[in-house]
Write a protein that binds this ligand. Structure first.
Ligand code: FAD
Length: 475
């Protein structure tokens, strides 16, 4: 006999669990189906949280290494990798328990098992890790007025390679290494690639970063990408852009060898102890019963409207599986709220993806929202740029940082803020100001009249706003 719910969510990543909590808050009889034995998805277990925990450890370690710069004599310190790993794991476990607590607090029924769409507002759940696997129990059938699918994504692999615990790595294996590798090749310089480059370089690994496109962080503003490349090279990270990987294979010595051609067509080979493949993500839409529905796919991603509705009545899709949506936890969370609010018959506001911030927690950090300078020009705007370097910001001087900048892309006519791009210290904590300004349709002038506290890094935003009118004070 099928069990009935108002809403069933498949997947407990940041998209799914936030959707389920909001559904509970709205009084919907809600169930969440998760195939793993833990809640929180990629973000909590193999993405946002563990990487940022390691990045913070790498930052602290860096402070120790450079202590003399701050007038501190520091001898005999060392990094305890097991302790670093255990701290990271404790943070993840605590937060995962927090997710479970919040689901229960909001009366969400938790169902552990593999969920798939059975058509006609039905979800079939198989206990165990997947349909047909050993130990899989009798399928349980749920019916729901509405279903939210949030099955997330997995790392793509280079054909012919298979991840293992030590040598060929994705974001999962690299988070559980027994030792810090002496050398590491990273293929792919998007957010995942450059964050791991920053972690392991600072932990003492010789890092080589290989990117097919002409620049690092290809989605970011070109000046930001150039500043990151300059900084990475200065730090001692070997950077190869505009390259094509010809061959990547394990060596007889137990390491890896990567052969690639650069923009000049010359072939090079790098050998290392380990290889991280960070060439993008593939949506988990293959084995979840979407073919039993009218939902449409676009290169494997699910097509939705502004309310996250698929073409199947009562079926919503959110998070990394959504076509055209940036693969970011905070975007998935908001999509979950939009979908559930709509499913509950309340007034929902479609997401404006142009106002979704991107943050990359490499060293130096990067954050952005809105159009890059090139996108703004290509869209026909008469662009006015305001830029302010952290080398002229007092708080950055206190922190001992001299690189990076804040760049505002605006439309000359009314001072509309089209995009804000930052690279430098703690800029991932600063981008929300730009998001709010854009959401409230604030102009560059509004930003320039907003009093910013001194001495803070946020003054660089104020100064960049002044700079749009060629009136920055401290430069
Ligand atoms: P996921 O988090 O992937 O969760 C999907 C869940 O569904 C999983 O728990 C999975 O087990 C479950 N599931 C899948 N299929 C089924 C099924 N059939 N039945 C039941 N359960 C199922 N984003 C940021 O915003 N900030 C960051 O700092 C950041 N850092 C990242 C670092 C790395 C290394 C990576 C890889 C990603 C990072 N991301 C970051 C991206 C972020 O992790 C994802 O955008 C986010 O996790 C997507 O959420 P989701 O809910 O769509 O899916």
């Amino acid at each position: 006999m099928a069990e009935t719910h108002d809403l069933v969510v498949i997947g407990s990543g940041p998209g799914g669990y936030v959707a389920a909590i909001r559904a509970g808050q709205l009084g919907l009889r809600t169930a969440i189906v998760e195939k793993d034995d833990k809640f929180g998805g990629t973000c909590l277990h193999w993405g946002c949280i563990p990487t940022k925990a390691l990045l913070f450890d790498a930052e602290v370690y860096d402070y120790f290494k450079n202590a003399s710069e701050y007038g501190i004599k520091c001898q005999g310190f060392s990094l305890d990798w097991d302790a670093v790993q255990s701290r990271k794991n404790k943070i993840v476990t605590k937060l995962a328990k927090g997710v479970e607590f919040l689901l229960k607090k909001n009366k969400v029924e938790i169902i552990q098992g593999y969920g798939s769409l059975a058509g006609g507002r039905r979800v079939s759940v198989t206990e165990g890790e997947g349909p047909g696997r050993a130990g899989a129990g009798k399928p349980r059938e749920l019916t729901a007025k509405n279903i939210v699918i949030a099955t997330g994504s997995e790392a793509k692999m280079i054909p012919g390679l298979k991840p293992d615990a030590k040598t060929i790595l994705t974001n999962k294996e690299i988070l559980a290494l027994k030792n810090i590798p002496k050398s590491l090749v990273i293929i792919g310089a998007g957010a995942v690639g450059v964050e791991f480059a920053s972690i392991y370089h600072r932990l003492g690994t010789a890092v080589t970063l290989i990117e097919m496109l002409p620049r690092l962080v290809p989605l970011e503003d070109e000046e930001v990408a150039a500043e990151l490349e300059r900084s990475f090279r200065k730090q001692g990270i070997a950077v190869h852009t505009g390259t094509k990987v010809q061959k990547a294979a394990k060596t007889a010595k137990g390491g890896v060898s990567v052969e690639f051609t650069g923009p000049d067509g010359k072939s090079q080979t790098v050998e290392a102890e380990a290889l991280l493949v960070a060439v993008g993500r593939a949506p988990n839409t293959g084995n979840v019963g979407l073919e039993k529905t009218r939902a449409k796919l676009e290169r494997g991603f699910v097509k939705v409207d502004g309310y996250m509705r698929t073409d199947e009545p009562g079926l919503y899709a959110i998070g990394d599986i959504v076509a055209g949506s940036p693969l970011l936890a905070h975007v998935g969370e908001m999509e979950g709220i939009v979908a559930v609010t709509h499913a509950a018959g309340r007034e929902a506001e479609p997401i404006n993806y142009r106002q979704a911030p991107n943050c990359t927690y490499c060293e130096p950090e990067i954050s952005s929202v809105g159009l890059t300078e090139r996108q703004a020009r290509e869209a026909g705007h008469k662009v006015k740029i305001g830029k302010f370097p952290f080398s002229a910001n007092s708080k950055a001087a206190i922190l001992g940082v001299r690189e990076g900048f804040v760049k505002i892309v605006s439309d000359e006519q009314y001072g509309e803020i089209l995009g804000v791009h930052m690279i430098g210290p703690r800029v991932t904590e600063m981008i929300a100001e730009a998001v709010v300004a854009m959401r409230l349709e604030g102009t560059v002038e509004d930003l320039a009249h907003a009093i910013h506290p001194h001495p803070t890094l946020t003054e660089a935003v104020l100064e960049a706003a002044h700079a749009v009118a060629d009136a920055a004070i401290h430069i």
